[in-house]
Ligand binder design. Structure first.
Ligand SMILES: [Zn+2]
Length: 496
């Protein structure tokens, strides 16, 4: 373990304060993060949540912890509007596209993994699926029924929130009181199978047209959405574990229900530290497909959208996200991203210089205390914007070293370089830009050759060859343009 590990503090949503992080088992961390419901392309706001926890995962590992990171895939049970009614999101997409639900799941799981890989996010240690854990979920329902906190109505099983609240507290994570919730509900009990509107489904009997169904002691049906996370976190991390994360929007009711389910079975609080990542807005407004204020990760990376003036690389988008703290709202806009890109390249250019700098016989800056301030930033609830400000400070040292204004000893130069590289590449997980200039130069020389060959074919009236060169280049996405000053070429956007 690094000595810095004992100073890590993180903000616990349950106690609403920063606390020193001490794992349940020394040297080991169990972390669960609610993963995506794979019925559509991953939302940029969800990417922010997963990248926030990628930073947590990477930094814990950097500190020397052995981390078991579990992030699930929701492939059944998540109904529209997050309530206990409506159609299953995956089944609905399958119906609309006339394909199997598992084709929907496969397509968007692959898409999700691709986007996460583009962002250079590490895969979790275990990525369990809801449909792969139906047996565990049924077993959990038995336990909750045996404990007296659930009831059966018409083949469905509901969690009895009022009964649970008599023995333990429902609402402690979101700070809601059950009495207030009951006083504020307008739903008529007569219209529902539930005793109380606050009760939530553990098992739902499937209607005849519902195609995603499994046998159970109560009915052919499917598990409630909240149940899978309790089943899978308990299975892989135990009845108590260190960190549970997710987006802010999951705090209520999803995480509140997870706590109630676990406490109903095990009588102990399942999670030491609850962490919630804040939302992402676009041009100051909520992102929504219906208003056009919406951008998919792929559209951001390709530049094929109406909201950005240029393509934004995944590394720059990630760097931009980390320039805000994970608990603050982050606003995406063209101007802010373009400004962030300049900063990203400034840092990367500085890092590429460091190996060519000659050491001096003394040090003009205190590299150790600069390095300490990088750890202080991350130990203060993963404060990446402060860390990045410190990395810019490090880049400034390199630039003044390069122009000879200051000098560092061999040892300090090594410490500056290793600290910058480990925070940029290992902790923030940024990828250095490829040498695009060199690539461009090779392309240009190959194109000059093809343009010359085409010209000589035309001069010899061999139009079959000259047309073939033009057409096959076009097929490859390269357009030739004949002008007064000769022929030029342009690359077509691969997504247009
Ligand atoms: Zn969950």
């Amino acid at each position: 373990m690094r000595p810095e590990a004992k100073y890590l503090q993180l903000y616990n949503s349950l106690t609403k304060q920063k606390e020193v992080f001490t794992p349940l088992t020394e040297g080991f961390v169990g972390m669960y993060v609610c993963g995506p419901t794979v019925y559509n392309h991953v939302h940029l706001g969800n990417c922010r949540t997963f990248l926030s926890f990628d930073l947590v995962y990477r930094y814990l590992q950097h500190l020397g912890y052995k981390v078991r990171y579990v992030r699930n895939i929701t492939d059944a049970g998540h109904l529209e509007n997050d309530t206990d009614s409506g159609e299953d999101r995956i089944a609905k997409k399958a119906r609309l596209e006339s394909i199997e639900p598992m084709e929907v799941v496969q397509r968007y799981t692959v898409d999700f993994h691709q986007v996460m890989a583009q962002f250079n996010a590490l895969p979790p240690s275990i990525e369990p699926t809801a449909t792969g854990h139906i047996i565990e979920q049924i077993e959990l329902i038995h336990q909750i029924l045996d404990a007296g906190y659930a009831y059966i109505t018409n083949g469905s099983v509901y969690f009895d929130v009022v009964r649970f609240n008599q023995d333990q507290t429902y609402g402690k994570l979101s700070g809601r009181k059950l009495e207030d919730m009951i006083a504020n509900t307008r739903e008529l009990a007569a219209q529902s199978e539930k005793k109380n509107p606050q009760d939530f489904a553990l098992w739902k009997k499937a209607e005849p047209k519902h195609i995603m169904r499994w046998p159970s002691p109560w009915s052919d049906g499917f598990p409630g959405w909240h149940l899978e996370c309790t089943a899978m976190s308990t299975k892989y991390l135990g009845t108590q574990f260190d960190i549970h994360g997710g987006g802010m929007d999951l705090k209520f009711p999803h995480h509140e229900c997870e706590i109630a389910q676990a406490e109903a079975c095990n009588k102990i609080s399942p999670v030491q530290f609850w962490m919630h990542a804040n939302m992402l807005t676009l041009n100051g407004k909520k992102m929504a497909k219906s208003t056009g204020n919406h951008i998919l990760p792929g559209e951001l990376f390709s530049g094929d959208n109406n909201l950005m003036t240029q393509a934004i690389s995944p590394a720059v988008a990630k760097f931009f996200m980390y320039q805000a703290h994970y608990r603050s709202i982050l606003d995406f806009s063209n101007d802010a991203l373009v400004a962030s890109e300049k900063g990203f390249y400034r840092l990367m250019d500085a890092v590429s210089l460091i190996d060519n700098i000659e050491p001096g016989n003394h040090s003009d800056v205190d590299v150790s205390s600069w390095r300490q301030s990088c750890y202080d930033a991350m130990n203060d609830d993963f404060n990446s914007p402060i860390l990045i400000a410190q990395l810019f400070e490090g880049a400034k040292y390199i630039n003044t070293l390069a122009d000879g204004t200051i000098q560092l000893t061999q040892e300090d130069l090594g410490l500056l370089g290793s600290t910058l590289k480990s925070f940029l590449f290992d902790v923030l997980g940024l990828t250095p830009p490829e040498d695009s200039n060199q690539k461009h130069d090779h392309l240009k020389r190959a194109m000059d050759l093809l343009i010359d060959l085409r010209k000589s074919a035309r001069d010899n009236k061999d139009f079959a060859t000259s047309d073939a060169i033009r057409d096959r280049l076009l097929e490859a996405g390269i357009q030739l343009k004949d002008g007064k000053d000769g022929t030029s070429f342009s690359l077509k956007n691969p997504n247009s």
